[in-house]
Design a binder for this molecule. Structure first.
Ligand SMILES: C[S@@+](CC[C@H](N)C(=O)[O-])C[C@H]1O[C@@H](n2cnc3c(N)ncnc32)[C@H](O)[C@@H]1O
Length: 273
């Protein structure tokens, strides 16, 4: 794949294994319906400027103050935005398709409400328990250490690879045998070699998701050769894991700086499953 070919110039044409620079709601509205097998969406949580102030955290370490323009809306704006992008996704999903949406307690209510209003069936709310959660800054609440992933389907013939999930489950039974994958996933915030860093070690994206999380989702709800879409691609985690697992992918991202990060990351990923 040529370096230039990865970012498509023609946003209104849906092609596989391409990055799209722009607003996902607009781009998705121009694509044909029912072509996507699986969507993972990690939307803005609407957290920036909401009191998460941690002055001096400029190192780009594993914890970070969120202060991004794409993450700041009023409550009514945020609900409308949630309705718009989820409707766009659902139009693109095949009837057998699944959507997984990453969220926190800040936005899970809007997401569940919109999914229900659109007639989706919620199959699981997965808890991501962060084993290296951010320290408690205010000391006035229980220490936040979890995020959620809401999984919803359109109709009864959804894909779910129960046995394969057992095989990739790092947890084992006491006798060493395979264990069912539960809906609580223990994994750290992305750190070490997996964390993408730029100058002075600053993280290149504030909310890079663990590859292990995407692996579980993609293995669970897609087959090799299927098409996986991420409308909020960020640093490219979904595309990279989809590629490694032999799935096709499409990724949309509004900010050029993150498209550049994702492009480099995808091109440097040569493993194929
Ligand atoms: C929570 S981050 C996703 C992080 C990603 N999961 C990763 O592992 O790097 C959300 C991303 O969505 C992008 N974004 C926000 N609004 C968008 C929109 N309307 N269309 C496309 N991308 C958008 C932001 O620039 C940001 O990179």
């Amino acid at each position: 794949m040529g370096r230039e070919a990865l970012i498509t110039a023609n946003a209104n044409e849906m092609k596989i294994n391409k990055l799209y620079l722009g607003d996902c709601i607009k781009i998705m509205s121009e694509w044909p319906e029912k072509k996507i097998d699986l969507i993972f969406a990690d939307p803005p949580y609407n957290l920036s400027g909401n009191g998460l102030k941690w002055k001096g955290n400029k190192t780009g370490g594993d914890w970070f103050m969120m202060n991004e323009e794409w993450d700041r809306m009023t409550e009514p704006e945020y609900l409308q935005f949630t309705k718009d992008w989820i409707s766009g996704c659902i139009r693109l999903l095949k009837d057998s398709g699944s959507i997984y949406i990453s969220c926190t307690y800040h936005n899970i209510a809007e997401i569940m409400l919109v999914l229900k209003q659109l007639g989706l069936k919620i199959k699981n709310v997965i808890t991501w328990q962060k084993t290296n959660a951010m320290p408690n800054m205010t000391k006035r609440v229980f220490t936040h250490s979890s995020e959620f992933v809401v999984w919803a389907v359109k109709e009864k013939k959804w894909v779910f690879h129960y046995e394969e999930l057992k095989r990739i489950n790092p947890e084992r039974q006491k006798d060493g045998s395979l264990k069912q994958m539960r809906d609580v996933w223990l994994m750290p915030l992305v750190q070490g070699k997996e964390r993408l860093r730029g100058v002075k070690g600053r993280a290149l994206h504030p909310t890079q998701k663990p590859e292990e999380m995407l692996k579980r989702i993609i293995v669970a709800s897609s087959n090799k050769g299927d098409l996986v879409l991420d409308p909020f691609l960020g640093s490219g985690t979904t595309a990279v894991v989809a590629k490694v697992l032999g799935r096709n992918w499409a990724g949309i991202e509004k900010q050029k700086k993150y498209i550049t990060v994702a492009k480099k990351r995808i091109l440097s990923q040569n493993i194929s499953a």
